[in-house]
Design a protein around this ligand. Structure first.
Ligand code: ADP
Length: 276
């Protein structure tokens, strides 16, 4: 593993009732790199992201982030280690404001507030977020005065990042937002953690062309700023434009990997995916 390697996945396996969803894959993401995973539906892309982010455990293989093994760590711990993610269909707390939704992500890393952290874990692990919403509604988001100032600064800088879209919505509940703005809020929440690796599961799913172009512009900006990104995305134009490397999965395996132009030319890829 070179010093530039941020994420290293080795012989990763995950079965579901005998189905090999992820069948011994190995790949890495270097610092500052944008790596995309493409492949037909059911090829194991989301399962791979779920393994890397600790939502599920592997049956075999290793995952190393910045030199530390994380394949047995839970998702809150992995967030602390520096991986933040968004979900395929976008997940926000419906009754919380944009600002509070962004703040929620930060509490996963605040050791001082274990009870809250546990609630955040529930959310990350796909449990009903109602509990966390109730907690914030009744108790407020827990933080000392010093933490509060630091948290507010991060939240404001993330809202600034999406100023044109979220600037006037900062105090609006997430349920009142457009779908695209809910997804922007989710990306802002992940970025608030200043993750070493940002994991995005179909960030443009359900978006129209201009919204997709906006996401692409954001991704290029993040990439220019040196953000390492692991991306699953169906829109190939976006993938080919933003990625340094593309991994192609089919049937739980990696069938091709390389620079966007090389992957486009690979006949196995064309047969498995692009030609369909
Ligand atoms: P992709 O993201 O490429 O569409 P997935 O990783 O979602 O593929 O799924 C890979 C395979 O694993 C599929 O056959 C899917 O049905 C199966 N699978 C995924 N998650 C589960 C699960 N929790 N239980 C059973 N089978 C699953």
């Amino acid at each position: 593993m070179s010093a530039d390697t941020l994420l290293s996945v080795q012989k990763l396996e995950r079965h579901f009732d005998g189905l090999k969803a992820v069948d011994g894959i190995s790949f890495s993401v270097h610092r500052g790199e944008v790596v995309s995973i493409i492949g037909p539906n059911g090829s194991g892309k989301t399962t791979t992201l779920n393994l890397v982010t600790g939502a599920i455990r592997p049956n075999g293989g290793t995952i190393t982030l910045d030199g530390e093994r994380i394949e047995r760590a839970d998702s809150a711990r992995i967030a602390e280690h520096g991986i933040a993610r968004t979900f395929q269909n976008g997940r926000v707390f419906a009754t919380l404001s944009v600002a509070d939704n962004i703040e929620v992500g930060l509490h996963t890393t605040l050791r001082a507030h274990r009870p809250f952290r546990r609630l955040s874990n529930l959310f990350l692990l796909r449990w009903i977020p109602l509990l966390a919403e109730l907690y914030i509604a009744i108790v407020g988001t827990p933080a000392s005065r010093r933490e509060r100032a630091a948290i507010d600064a991060v939240v404001e800088s993330e809202i600034d990042r999406f100023e044109a879209r979220l600037g006037r919505r900062r105090d609006d509940p997430a349920y009142s937002l457009s779908y695209a703005n809910r997804r922007r809020t989710e990306i802002a929440r992940a970025l608030a953690l200043e993750p070493k690796l940002l994991v995005l599961d179909e960030p443009t799913a359900g978006m129209n062309q201009s919204e997709t172009a906006e996401v692409l512009a954001q991704l290029l900006e993040l990439k220019a700023a040196g953000q390492s990104i692991l991306l699953v995305e169906h829109k190939l134009d976006l993938v080919m434009t933003v990625s340094d490397r593309v991994i192609v999965m089919d049937g739980g395996r990696i069938i091709a990997e390389g620079r966007p132009d090389d992957v486009r030319r690979d006949t196995a890829v064309v047969e498995a995916y692009l030609g369909r």
